[in-house]
Design a protein around this ligand. Structure first.
Ligand SMILES: Nc1ncnc2c1ncn2[C@@H]1O[C@H](COP(=O)(O)OP(=O)(O)OP(=O)(O)O)[C@@H](O)[C@H]1O
Ligand SMILES: [Mg+2]
Length: 494
């Protein structure tokens, strides 16, 4: 039995073909994973299935309904978690759950949800004050309320830490009935083996459909096969790094965090963060959701005032001379923070001028980053309309458009496809070879291996610091994911 039957579906936006004569069946009671490159059509497909978008051509049947004409009837049977889930930021965690429970007419029984999402201790916190990953978990919990027959989840695990990612999958598996169908889109290929069926789409077409194991038994094999299907990855010289030149004082320690602390009421978001980063180092700040990574980034950029402690960028104290310190750094925030109503090109032009690039150089530089980050065909699109992975490319381009000697990247690769992730890291490692200092955070443990040193951060404190190999040794683990899990558990027991 199929929950969804799609035949020859075509959906265009202007001249762009988002879905190209796509045919697909989604089996009832199964968890189907939807994998694809940035802009491959994942979100368009989900939105078409529930009737939010109307296709030009093609037939579609969902639970016996035609989404083109029976959207409202169909909606009663589905749970949809869009990429930007509509949490009420001015309501607390528990108030959001109550509100969604009332909308769906289900009892206020949230204990299991709160336990699974580890949000129980934070139920009275405003949703707006949650970390990025905590918001994702709350969004998923709200979507699961009422046990809908068909769950459509658009990248539910973006920004969710590796431990919680497993928990989310477990939560969906345990909460679903044998008849519940789940369609789960993702850029995390380590999740693929938890799906019953994997569907890979590219340029609006299905290019693989089958058991994840048939494509590759291990994550690495699976990833390589997906890359092959998408046309293969060829590492090229990073043009960004090649053309990168900066003026900066020659200091050995380019970034220093000195007893940084941030308190909200009685809660310590960051208790004590102290580290020193050398010129040209790639320093990874890793840790579970809510550990205090973004709060540390914000304090170090002068965007949040530390309760105590300070940071120095190129030797300049961020508290004493925030403007001068900031002029030395490029910051890519976790939350998309560019101008949604400006086009891709306008955003880049704005940042180029704001950072003091001359009008004469501006066009050259903007053209260069548009080219390097594959934004050419999107340059006239409004930033808010971009697929998630392309938003990330644009944010990364904007963060380094003024050639700063220090780059702060808060989850640059979250929601980015597997090919582009390799590209991003190619730029990052090439820039570091040119002496650019990079502080980065990620929830992809394979990426952690590219860091020269890692600080593992948990509940506002550093619990381990060292090279990837040192951390693996310390945790008696073969890979970074196991090291991450072991070190967190160990610290939990202390
Ligand atoms: N304004 C605020 N009021 C209360 N608590 C806050 C506020 N801002 C942040 N917090 C809390 O501080 C903690 C750290 O949040 P932060 O965003 O730094 O985490 P993170 O490590 O970046 O997590 P993630 O991996 O999910 O992005 C969280 O528990 C968060 O809810
Ligand atoms: Mg964060």
């Amino acid at each position: 039995m199929n929950t969804v039957t799609i035949e020859n579906l075509t959906k265009k936006f202007g001249n762009t073909v988002a879905l190209d004569s796509l045919s697909l069946n989604i089996e009832k009671g199964k968890i189907t994973g939807l994998i694809g490159a940035d802009g491959a059509g994942k979100t368009t497909l989900l939105r078409t299935i529930i009737g939010l978008l109307l296709p030009e051509i093609g037939e579609i049947d969902v639970l016996g309904f035609n989404p083109k004409t029976q959207k409202d009837e169909l909606n009663l049977h589905i749970g949809y978690m869009p990429q930007k889930f509509g949490l009420y930021e001015d309501l607390t965690v528990i108030e959001n759950l109550r509100l969604y429970a009332d909308l769906k007419n289900v009892p206020h029984d949230f204990d299991r949800m709160l336990e699974f999402t580890t949000l129980a201790p934070f139920q009275d916190r405003l949703a707006g004050a949650l970390s990025g990953g905590m918001k994702q978990k709350l969004g998923l919990a709200c979507t699961l309320l009422g046990n809908p027959e068909f769950l459509l989840l658009d990248e539910p695990s973006v920004g969710v830490d590796p431990i919680s990612r497993r928990d989310l999958m477990k939560m969906v598996r345990e909460m679903k009935t044998p008849d519940t169908t789940v369609l789960w889109s993702t850029a995390y290929l380590d999740e693929a083996h938890s799906f019953d069926t994997a569907v890979v789409i590219d340029k609006g077409k299905v290019i693989y459909e089958g058991k994840p194991h048939d494509l590759g038994a291990t994550t690495q094999e699976f990833e390589n096969k997906v890359i092959d299907l998408m046309g293969g990855y060829k590492k090229e010289e990073s043009l960004i790094a090649k053309n990168y030149s900066y003026n900066a004082p020659d200091v050995e320690l380019t970034v220093e965090a000195d007893n940084l602390e941030k308190r909200y009421g009685n809660f310590y978001a960051v208790k004590n963060n102290t580290f020193k980063i050398k010129k040209g180092e790639i320093f990874g700040l890793l840790g579970p959701n809510g550990a205090g990574k973004s709060t540390s980034f914000k304090m170090m950029c002068g965007l949040a005032r530390p309760t105590s402690g300070t940071a120095r960028i190129m030797g300049i104290d961020i508290k004493k001379d925030p403007e001068k310190a900031r002029s030395n750094l490029g910051y890519m925030a976790q939350k998309f923070s560019l101008y949604g109503s400006l086009t891709v090109r306008e955003n880049l032009e704005f940042f180029a001028l704001a950072y003091g690039i001359t009008v004469l150089e501006k066009n050259k530089k903007v053209n260069e980053v548009i080219e390097v980050f594959g934004l050419k065909e999107y340059e006239k699109m409004k930033a808010e309309e971009l697929p998630l992975g392309l938003k990330q490319r644009l944010s990364m381009a904007a963060a380094l458009i003024h050639n700063p000697p220090v780059l702060f990247l808060d989850e640059p690769t979250s929601g980015v496809d597997v090919l582009t992730r390799r590209d991003f890291w190619n730029h990052i490692t090439s820039l570091s070879k040119k002496g650019v200092t990079i502080m980065v955070t990620t929830h992809f443990m394979d990426e952690a291996e590219y860091c020269d040193r890692i600080s593992l951060f948990y509940k506002g404190e550093t619990i381990a610091i060292g090279t990837p190999n040192e951390l693996k040794q310390k945790a008696n683990a073969k890979d970074m994911e196991t090291a991450f899990i072991n070190l967190i558990k160990e610290s939990e027991c202390q």
